[in-house]
Design a protein around this ligand. Structure first.
Ligand code: ADP
Ligand code: MG
Ligand code: MG
Ligand code: MG
Length: 400
């Protein structure tokens, strides 16, 4: 039973029942597999008597992509559960509680968040989330500061880097985000109607230089322990609550990468409102709301990160060197802009897309949104190293 194999629904129920002090003895459990089944199984287990419920997430030893199978390490289940537990300590209340991790089965048992909605869907429906900027800036500042050389023992940090080496999942990012969109690759996936815009990505030398620099930082800059896949499909949300899930891509990388993931997905939703908003007024309102959120996330992250640094900085020279804090924060902002652009471009021409854009049924509107995402993404990448403020990022979005 404990040797690795994909669980049946009955086995998932038996495991859920064995979680100590969770379900009452007379529980009547039912199970449904609710994952999209590409990389992982997600079982939802519910007791019809008490109404209590649990989630079991099990890694599959392969990824199903375009009809093929890529082998993929089960170690990512360890990385996911260890990262979730660490995030729960550093950013209390902003991730699901973990009840159990079973290494043999590559299985994490966690809190059921079905009373939340996936943020991507919520934004498509035009909902607003007044506490999101506060919550996500806390999540990013706390999880990244306290895993960086600024906020933890630097010898322990090296050991932590080692236990979060995640070569196979990093390679997915390195290939799909930082390589394929800029060359002819079988992994690319876009409509013939935007072939000219995709071809322009392949012949833009200025863009390639910046992508190579962003890629190098992703490969080498072990700045902090990232979530690694922080798009709006990895965020469960309500008006009052934010919960970040799915950190299987976690590894030590540049802080701007996590911020860029959030921004790219907010900005693709911004563009896609050309279709999703009911009318001009609703579109304007939703778009200004998203841009205010982008600014607020940066300003709050900046202030929270510096406050943590002030209170808990462990590196004497970094703490005291005049101008170093400004240098450090500006570099994060510039990296965030570059990674935002890279993550926008890959969702249009690369393997994996977002429903904000793909589900636009009007071909002309969809293709025009795709072009706009590529334009904004390209400008953000080309200008990342000279960017001086978050307002400049917003101006790039507005003028493209
Ligand atoms: P994957 O790594 O395969 O993308 P996710 O962790 O993103 O897996 O989960 C896939 C889907 O399963 C989510 O979009 C959500 O619908 C559901 N799910 C995952 N975790 C939970 C949870 N803790 N509570 C409720 N639903 C969840
Ligand atoms: Mg998925
Ligand atoms: Mg995942
Ligand atoms: Mg996911």
């Amino acid at each position: 039973m404990s040797t690795y194999h994909p669980l049946t629904e009955q086995e998932a129920i038996d495991i859920a029942r064995s979680i100590e002090a969770f379900f009452p003895a007379d529980a009547s459990l039912s199970c449904k597999e609710i994952g999209d089944g590409n990389l992982n199984l997600v079982f939802h287990i519910k007791d019809s008597v008490s109404g209590k419920s649990l989630i079991l997430k099990q890694a599959l030893p392969y990824a199903k992509v375009v009809g093929e199978s890529w082998p993929l390490t089960l170690d990512r289940a360890r990385i996911e559960s260890e990262k979730l537990i660490l995030e729960g300590k550093l950013a209390p209340g902003l991730v699901p509680q973990v009840y159990k991790y079973d290494p043999e089965l590559a299985l994490t048992v966690m809190e059921d968040l079905s009373d939340h909605v996936i943020m991507r869907r919520g934004l498509i429906e035009g909902n607003i989330y007044p506490l999101f900027a506060d919550h996500i800036s806390t999540f990013i500042a706390n999880t990244l500061f306290f895993t960086s050389d600024l906020g933890m023992n630097q010898q322990q940090k090296k050991l932590q880097v080692k236990s979060f080496i995640n070569p196979e999942l990093c390679k997915i990012t390195e290939d799909l985000i930082f390589d394929d969109p800029y060359t002819l690759s079988d992994n690319n996936n876009y409509e013939a109607a935007i072939e000219d815009a995709a071809a322009a990505l392949r012949s833009n030398d200025e863009l390639h230089l910046e992508v190579a620099i962003l890629r190098e930082k992703f490969l080498t800059n072990a700045q902090a322990l990232l979530h690694g896949d922080l798009h709006t499909g990895s965020i469960f949300i309500t008006k009052q609550s934010t919960k970040v899930i799915d950190p299987e891509f976690a590894f030590y990388g540049p802080i701007g990468f996590d911020i860029g993931a959030v921004y790219a997905n907010l900005l693709m939703n911004y563009v896609a409102q050309a279709h999703w908003s009911k009318d001009e007024a609703a579109r304007e309102a939703h778009r200004s709301y998203l841009l205010e959120m982008v600014v607020s996330i940066w300003n709050q992250f900046h202030d929270k990160f510096l406050a943590l640094w002030e209170a808990h900085g462990v590196d004497r020279l970094a703490n005291e060197a005049k101008g170093y804090k400004q240098y450090y924060m500006k570099r994060i902002l510039q990296d965030a802009a570059g990674y935002t652009g890279a993550k926008m471009i890959r969702r249009i021409v690369g393997l994996s897309h977002v429903i904000d854009i793909d589900r636009i049924d009007d071909d002309a509107v969809r293709n025009s949104c795709q072009r706009q995402v590529l334009n904004i993404g390209t400008q953000l990448i080309i200008r990342n190293r000279s960017l001086q403020s978050i307002e400049e990022l917003v101006d790039i979005v507005k003028s493209n």
